[in-house]
Design a protein around this ligand. Structure first.
Ligand SMILES: [Zn+2]
Length: 223
């Protein structure tokens, strides 16, 4: 049930055990995927889950926080302070409306700090139980291991396949090498050199890193 399509008398009568809240970001996702990839995927999964469980579906929080990909055209990054307050206020309102369990389907890693902080604060002051699902880790990790032929990554085979499955019209083309990791590219854009402090955070396979470096070099030369 879409929360926003109900009237208030309908809402009053509806089962308020579980509500789902999708959240993502408007952020560059390679030259082939839509800027809304993370919010679109979270919305798709939350919509499917809400249908199957006959649960309430809240409107998607489209905006999120990113600290590197805001250098790309089209990205919209809001501050962690704003994001925290936005989540906190939504959680409070969900609690005030009598929901017992709120399941957040998060599609973007940069949102987790604000989400966790807001969830802790609101859980303390209300009876709302808040469950945060970072879906690409919590739901998709095992499946990805089975099906992926190239390394996981931002706008890589995993995200490309997911958007292709859920919103086929929104994938502009399929990268030949199956990968388009913008994280490495973005760091070249910002720093113009190999960003060692970042590469320790995530292990890139050699070939993948090599491909990303090549693309980053191309981007950098265009500046
Ligand atoms: Zn993404």
């Amino acid at each position: 049930m879409r929360w926003w399509e109900l009237t208030w008398p309908e809402f009053e009568k509806v089962d308020k055990t579980v509500a789902l809240l999708p959240t993502g970001i408007v952020e560059a996702h390679g030259p082939h995927l839509p800027l809304g990839t993370d919010a679109l995927m979270a919305t798709y999964i939350a919509e499917e889950a809400a249908k199957r469980a006959n649960a309430l579906l809240l409107p998607t929080v489209w905006y999120g926080n990113t600290y590197v990909l805001d250098k790309f055209p089209g990205t919209i990054s809001i501050s962690n302070e704003t994001l925290y307050m936005l989540y906190r206020d939504i959680f409070r309102e969900v609690a005030r409306n009598g929901i017992k369990y709120l399941v957040v389907i998060n599609g973007h890693g940069g949102n987790t700090d604000a989400l966790n902080m807001a969830a802790k604060d609101v859980a303390k002051e209300t009876n709302l139980v808040i469950i945060i699902i970072n879906w690409w880790i919590d739901l998709a990790k095992e499946a990805r291991k089975k099906v992926l032929e190239t390394p996981e990554g931002h706008a890589a085979e995993d995200e490309t396949s997911e958007v292709w499955a859920a919103y086929p019209d929104l994938v502009k083309w399929i990268p030949r090498d199956g990968s388009a990791d913008e994280w490495v590219e973005a760091r070249f854009r910002v720093y113009g050199k190999e960003p060692t402090q970042w590469s320790t955070r995530r292990p890139y396979r050699d070939t993948h890193q090599e491909q990303a470096r090549k693309r980053a070099g191309q981007y950098w030369r265009q500046q």
